[in-house]
Design a protein around this ligand. Structure first.
Ligand SMILES: Cc1ncc(C[n+]2csc(CCOP(=O)(O)OP(=O)(O)O)c2C)c(N)n1
Length: 587
């Protein structure tokens, strides 16, 4: 065999890092890489998306659900530009992703050549932790290893740019010489625990309070047992930001569920009434849902010294791994003998779940979207992975689904995310019809392409088919006091299940409430990915139970201003739901 090229060596080194999949889309800026892939017997596996944006999102999903680095690749110019949205998702949600992109040949650089974009500048913000161009073969191991290690260490996206001619050069390793940077593979991470002094100070603050609230984010994943013990000793309730929905079971009576605009009333009430706040592994951004600044003494535990101390005037910012730090804290905590705070939280939680049941039962035209989630909740396999896009489904995902067992869940702040599949676990994806039309329909083709390789082929795409960009429609009503602007909000009607069936996937049209449960059962028992095309009512308001007076007032104003859907909203009796948020109504 001829000597390996830089591209051959790149794939070899990815394998050495145990990278098994690269989510990618071809183009002549990475032709050298594609040829190497052919020679390497497709190892790591080239997973072909329909659009580079989705390749990046797929790498993000992979990283979110495996805890390993996700890798994506794209050609120069337009391919690299398309990656950006997915890479920003990695940046904002703090997951490790490496992007590998091509560039025009070195001889053409700076010549305004075809597809020549200043990629170092393009990626400077999204991959601010590490973006480098490989210009000679000896650079490769170090640049690749640092991109991977930096992505893992910073939980962030990084990028490597490899000009097309460099990909085809014979690989030559760095030597033991001046201006050479050798590199090595692998990292053995140590566990960081706060020192004794910090732990003792945290215990002093937490022991002094009588109404403790815990906020546990995705950084607390892996600290489930410790969180339960701490919450128990402190008689605390635990609220979970969206990305932390799977850190603690929703079946625990003191878990108040989601917090924030998509949150629950018990989370809101707990935060408004507590005297002590313990935040673990969360950078939940919405300060207004946390206690007033002079209301609570507060402690934050976070692994990341750059992210700690924000969002609230914490008295103590402890750097450490969440499980290890909570374990160190436990022996210092005194069990709160007065359990009245805890009992009031549990009563609020029980009442909340009853009201969620009742809201899902409200008749709608034709299907109340909450019913779709409620019917799934009890049927969720214990190892399910659930995702939602950032349309209205995120509201119901946050409030209606009861996570338990080893369920995993995540979503993106970005509308365009299609939930990633997992080859060995059942996956349920909630997608709006807008999201389906933006990227989802095309990615069904990717699913068709790969599903037969999976050991568990149960990937269910539940479409909230409401012919409306509903979340924005409601935001306009509630935040702007503006009636629905049909031209921007209405979507062309498409049969999502029909499209799925045309691809050989399962597809079920669900247009009556009484069909919802059976549809879930059918899809959960299917031997292939299935699209459940739920005809949901756009007139069910995804308004938080603690919406501000201004929002409720604006909503009423929007409806009175001749909103084309106001008749539906009133007709179905859903104004009751709207009234729930008006001041003076106790519930
Ligand atoms: C890429 C992108 N463009 C626009 C938005 C703004 N946005 C947020 S939710 C939403 C509507 C989503 O509509 P759909 O997918 O139909 O779901 P629905 O809210 O109707 O359930 C839009 C346009 C966004 N989040 N991301």
């Amino acid at each position: 065999m001829t000597s390996p090229t830089v591209a051959d060596y790149l794939l070899e080194r990815l394998r050495a890092w145990d990278v098994r999949h690269v989510f990618a889309y071809p183009g002549d800026g990475i032709n050298g890489l594609l040829a190497a892939w052919g020679r390497a017997g497709n190892k790591p596996q080239f997973v072909q998306a329909r659009h580079e944006e989705m390749a990046a999102f797929e790498a993000v999903g992979y990283a979110k659900f495996t805890g390993q680095v996700g890798v994506c690749a794209a050609t120069s110019g337009p391919g690299a530009i398309h990656l950006l949205n997915g890479l920003y998702d990695a940046k904002l949600d703090h997951v490790p992703v490496v992007a590998i992109v091509g560039q025009t040949s070195r001889s053409a650089m700076g010549g305004s050549y075809q597809q020549e974009v200043d990629l170092l500048t393009l990626f400077k913000d999204v991959a601010s932790d590490y973006v480098q161009m490989v210009t000679v073969p000896e650079q490769l191991p170090n640049v690749l290893d640092r991109a991977i290690r930096t992505a893992l260490a910073e939980r962030a996206p990084t990028a490597i740019i490899i000009p097309s001619d460099v990909q085809e050069l014979a690989y030559s390793a760095p030597t033991h010489a001046f201006k050479m940077v050798p590199s090595s593979i692998g990292v053995d991470w140590s566990t960081t625990t706060a020192d004794d002094q910090g732990v003792a100070k945290a215990a002093e603050i937490l022991n002094a309070g009588s109404k403790v609230a815990i906020l546990a984010g995705q950084g607390a994943r892996g600290a489930r047992r410790e969180l339960e013990q701490v919450a128990d000793l402190l008689g605390a309730g635990v609220a979970k930001p969206l990305l932390g929905k799977d850190v603690l079971s929703d079946e625990l009576p003191y878990v108040t569920g989601s917090i924030g605009l998509l949150g629950t009333r018990p989370s809101y009430e707990m935060m408004m009434n507590c005297d002590t706040l313990l935040t673990v592994g969360s950078s939940f951004p919405y300060t207004q849902f946390l206690p007033a600044f002079d209301q609570a003494r507060a402690v934050q535990i976070d692994i990341d010294g750059k992210m700690i101390g924000m969002r609230y005037p914490y008295e103590l910012n402890l750097i450490g791994d969440s499980a290890a730090t909570l374990r160190a804290l436990l022996p210092h905590l005194r069990r709160k003998e007065d359990r009245s705070w805890r009992m009031s939280i549990e009563a609020n939680v029980a009442k909340w779940w009853r009201s969620m049941e009742a809201e899902a039962e409200v008749a709608a035209d034709p299907i109340n979207p909450m019913l779709v989630f409620r019917e799934l909740s009890s049927r969720l396999p214990l190892d399910a992975i659930v995702t939602a896009d950032s349309g209205s489904s995120a509201n119901w995902y946050a409030r209606q689904l009861k996570f338990r067992g080893d369920m995993r869940g995540s979503l993106s702040g970005n509308l365009a995310t299609m939930g990633p599949a997992h080859p060995g676990r059942p996956v349920i994806v909630f997608a709006g019809d807008g999201a389906m039309q933006m990227n989802g329909l095309a990615e069904l083709i990717t699913i068709k392409h790969y599903w037969e390789q999976w050991s568990d082929a149960r990937l269910i795409i539940a479409v909230l088919h409401n012919n409306d960009l509903n979340q924005v429609t409601w935001e306009m009503r509630a935040m702007e006091g503006a009636p629905k602007f049909t031209e921007s909000q209405r979507l062309p009607d498409v049969s999502y299940e029909g499209f799925a069936r045309s691809l050989g996937l399962g597809g079920v049209a669900v247009d009556k409430p009484e069909q919802v449960a059976a549809a879930w059962e059918q899809a959960l028992a299917a031997d292939r990915p299935t699209v459940l095309d739920f005809r949901t009512d756009p007139d069910v308001p995804p308004i938080p139970p603690h919406a501000t007076f201004e929002q409720a007032k604006d909503l009423a104003k929007a409806l009175l201003q001749g909103d084309p859907d106001s008749v539906g909203i009133v007709k179905e009796g859903l104004m009751a739901k709207v009234r729930e948020v008006l001041p003076g109504k106790d519930n």
